[in-house]
Design a binder for this molecule. Sequence first.
Ligand code: SAH
Ligand code: SF4
Ligand code: F3S
Length: 455
Amino acid sequence: MARAFYIKTFGCQMNERDSEIISQSLAQHNYIETMDMDSADLVILNTCSIRAKAEQKVMSLLGQLRRNKAKDPKMQICVAGCVAQQEGLALIERMPHVDLVIGTQHIYGIAKHLEGSQGEGKVVTELSTTYEIPKFLPNLGAADAEYSSSGNSVEFSRFVTIMQGCNNYCTYCVVPYTRGREVSRRFNDIIDEVKVLVDSGVKEITLLGQNVNSYGMTNVVTDDGSPCSFAKLLAAVSRIDGVQRLRFTTSNPKDLSDELMRCFKDLDNLCPQFHLPVQAGSNGVLKRMNRKYTIEKYHDLVNTLRSYRPDIILTTDIIVGFPGETEEEFNETMALLEKIRFDGSFSFKYSDRPGTASMHLADKVPEEEKTRRLTTFQNRQNEISLENNLNHVGKIFKVMVEEKDSDSYRCRADTNHVVHCTSKRELSPGDLVHAVINHAGKHSLKGLILEDEVV
Ligand code: SAH
Ligand code: SF4
Ligand code: F3S
């Protein structure tokens, strides 16, 4: 009889894609996905360790699952993702009711590792230095429902992983430890996956990696051994028939090439939206973070991007309260925000992570001060986001319908804005249409779908 599994995903888009891969692999091995954790025979937590809070969420859910297991000792609990990789055996010691801890490089073999893991506290977390991302093509027809658990509920928009790991060692970051050395996926495997997706009706592709700019730099990705930059890969994906919208994330500014920035001018289906994490506005802090670029360089990049694509929407990531961050240094982050006027940002309080270099830095910023800086930053960002969004009122945006809300459609613009649209005609998810923006909030827009026209 098929076993029912429930999967919960924490963390970034790469983890979301990994959860899809886990679901698809299990579907090929007599498992069926359920949305009800309490009745599942197998519960998988695909975890994130980027900040202490993310890890605490996992631990508290695992505590809860102890009771499920007490009621039904036959159920299996599996921890995957970055906490699994980071903690390994220590996780089983703390949580003996966990059956399998599976590291980030092993998810493709999850069905095999689950066999016989019941009650065993099995740990599979070796990180290989010669890892190759296995060829894996989604089986869309048979497994439509599997996607729903990942949070990426829009079936017309899909993530495609193009690399694993990271070699950058920003001093605050666990990713190089939880995801291993940087490995780029083979060019042909990526192209094949995108073709399968568009053939099954997908219209929007987002290419994923911790630092897509260094695609193809650490291993050979082509059959004939010729070099392939990320910009070349992007252009090749953009040319595949059926790819109507193309995005990527994430880019470290340190090796953002002119070739890549030019793609925003040259590739029609590349969306005018760029997430370019800066982290801090002070060169001193950037140096202590080991980010390997200066604020002057960051400004140059933004100016170049805006010259190639004046309507480009820019978002960023910010960490406040990095060890030793002075009031003056924080004010430089505020000044950067005023100067660039990001359309949006994800901002975080610095969080000490095990194994990272910054953990050992002196002058940790007190919690209350980090909170104050975060609030100051976020308040100003919200004002700027609203001001920028107000400038869009009256403009016509290309949007894709994601789902019907009660009296409107939730759509996503090519700028990545969420746009709540009213429409005189009936629309379906996946429709690409034009909307005139008639209202702006700080986090979303409202619009009216133009009649009689499909983009
Ligand atoms: N690879 C991406 C970042 C991935 S992590 C890049 O280099 O841009 C996503 C974001 O989490 C980071 O950009 C950073 O802002 C934040 N982050 C990472 N480690 C953190 C830590 N220890 N404390 C607080 N925020 C952190
Ligand atoms: Fe972490 Fe830096 Fe790598 Fe991004 S580039 S994943 S922040 S180490
Ligand atoms: Fe979290 Fe791992 Fe992604 S730490 S942000 S799930 S790479």
